[in-house]
Design a binder for this molecule. Structure first.
Ligand code: ADP
Ligand code: MG
Length: 238
């Protein structure tokens, strides 16, 4: 579970082609990072996969099933939003339970999943607090917990750490990488930060103006950047 295929996926906003038709294959369990400068289309590509934007042309498949016309809730993916998307008036437990409650899941199953997510994220002792009573890192973990309980085929992250301070960011990077090792679920992670890409990814997708410049492991990109843009962006000595 968690194989995502894009075939000739194109996105236009009005007359502006933000993403020319592109192909991409994401394997089950992979940690894939979309990296590139601001405005290159990383968020748009992620939102197309999530179903938050409609494609202008092309096909998206999730685990072999056509997903192009499915609404976000039916794709089995979970988008992790930045921690400020938490509900401030609800406890951590209720924030995490929210998507399950919306889905009408029975209470026993909700409790089981909350306990599991809280344990994976070291939040067991914080379930009855409100977001305002937590640190930035803990709040970000609650946002991740809200995605975990849906047991998605893949997690989609859009610059989840960009409003944390530098020290906290390094710690959260490690935590997300560890979570990936534990869950073995596909993760797609968007960032404009080369260091994040190089340290977290199994596979990096380098984007420029909606075009995939290169796809490869951090080592491949470092050793054999396809062009000066990739070399410059990755910081390799070509
Ligand atoms: P990134 O996440 O890499 O910074 P985005 O995917 O947000 O880039 O944006 C890519 C391009 O698409 C930008 O030029 C942006 O202005 C444009 N864009 C994004 N969303 C919209 C929208 N809803 N309407 C029109 N243009 C958009
Ligand atoms: Mg973006």
């Amino acid at each position: 579970m968690g194989r995502i295929t894009l075939e000739k996926v194109q996105k236009k906003f009005g007359d502006v082609e933000v993403i020319p038709p592109l192909d991409l294959e994401i394997d089950d369990g992979e940690f894939v990072v979309f990296v590139g400068p601001s405005g290159c289309g990383k968020s748009t590509l992620l939102r197309l996969i999530a179903g938050l934007e409609d494609v202008s042309a092309g096909e998206i498949r999730i685990d072999g099933q056509p997903a192009t016309d499915k609404p976000p809730a039916k794709r089995g993916l979970a988008m992790v939003f930045q921690s400020y998307a938490l509900y401030p008036h609800m406890s951590v437990r209720k924030n995490i339970a929210f998507p399950m409650k919306m889905a009408g899941m029975d209470q026993e199953e909700q409790d089981r999943r909350i306990a599991k997510a809280a344990q994976a994220l070291n939040l067991t002792d914080y379930l009855d607090r409100r977001p305002g009573q937590l640190s930035g890192g803990q709040r970000q973990r609650v946002a991740i917990g809200r995605a975990i309980v849906r047991e998605p085929a893949a997690f989609l992250f859009d610059e989840p750490l960009s409003n944390l301070d530098a020290a906290l960011r390094v710690g959260m990077r490690l935590e997300i990488s560890e979570l990936h090792n534990t869950l073995e679920t596909t993760m797609i992670y968007v960032t404009h930060d080369q260091v994040e890409a190089m340290t977290m990814a199994d596979k990096i997708v380098v984007l420029r103006a909606g075009v995939i410049e290169q796809v490869g492991s951090p080592l491949e990109l470092y050793r054999e950047p396809r062009n000066v843009f990739v070399a410059g962006f990755i910081g390799s000595p070509k």
